[in-house]
Design a binder for this molecule. Sequence first.
Ligand SMILES: Cc1ncc(COP(=O)(O)O)c(C=O)c1O
Length: 390
Amino acid sequence: MELSERISRISVSSTLAVVQKATQLRASGVSLIDFGAGEPDFPTPENIKNAAIQAIHQNFTKYTPTSGIKELKEAIVGRHAKDFGSNYKIEECLVTVGGKQAIFEAVAATINHGDEVIMPVPYWVSYLDIVNYCGGKVVPLATREEDNFQVSAAAVGKLITPKTRLIIVNSPNNPTGAVIPDEEMGKLLALAVSKNLLLMTDECYCQFLYDGRKPFSLGHSGNRNNLIITGSLSKTYAMTGWRVGFALGAKKLLSNMLNLQSHSTSNPTSISQKAAVEALRGPQDSVQVMLAEYQRRRDKIVAGLRAIPGITCAMPAGAFYVYPNVGAYLKKDGVADCKVLVDRLLEEAHVAVVPGPGFGTDEHVRLSYATSMENIEEGLERMKKFFSEL
Ligand SMILES: Cc1ncc(COP(=O)(O)O)c(C=O)c1O
């Protein structure tokens, strides 16, 4: 049977592909060091789990409004207001099945066939596929490792054409951990306003900022016409499997995203929604505990990678990823490209990392340090040996 042209525009995410391979190896008894998975190794905090258990006992197990329960929308806009000084109303909030659904729906609701979408490279894998699936054209904005992958509004401005419709930024960034300075974010919004475009800011990692830096959101600007914020509870509260995310923005845009949601997933899981209310309204100390631990691990892994001859590594300012450059080891004996290198690292050293091409660059690999310090130390040892023998 012929498949649609639309579906052929996308492929499985390179992150998930690595997770699949790593799972197979682990199942065959290999002791694997897994830097592939982009999710917290911490368990979901007890108070959040208990809220879900209580929801089950209270039979809160039926359909809910497609856009999410009122209590959760209140909790989302309330926390956002508290953390960032925004003032969204609950009609300007849509609860989604993970942040990914919010991003998908926002892109689907805003771009027409052939519209251009500007995004900095490296980008999170799914942005590219989502835009391609929706018929848009990705316009990549190159960044430089030497500048810590910085994004500048002036550089974005140069890429704008009459076909540009959307700009997507993600700070802190997956895969680099780069953070766009607050002032530059303001300039990006001003640019979107002046050109009448939509700016999507993906705040998935917004609470994970290092070296004392304060979380920031453009939500405080009050702009609705040119700004859509997507967020997620997955990383902040170690809730990846619960699938709760959200969008904040103009009522008209959200109501159209809701239409799409009503014909695809319907509401996010009722039980997860109750857990999410507790996550947002309950004690927040687990976030700080995770942040402190991630910072310790970041320091360790960056120092370890930089100590491997030939590898360079920008210092991440947030999230829990590093994006070292392994270009010096490509085109060596039997290493045709980054993917081959990653396969050999997995098969020979039993270390899982994600190849850079999925994020738009040829010479990098992504490592997630949301794994224990022991794993990081062992993984660094294995990589040191692997690269020295290459
Ligand atoms: C940059 C970025 N945005 C959004 C998401 C979506 O997360 P979720 O759908 O679990 O909320 C992820 C997940 O890895 C991500 O890395």
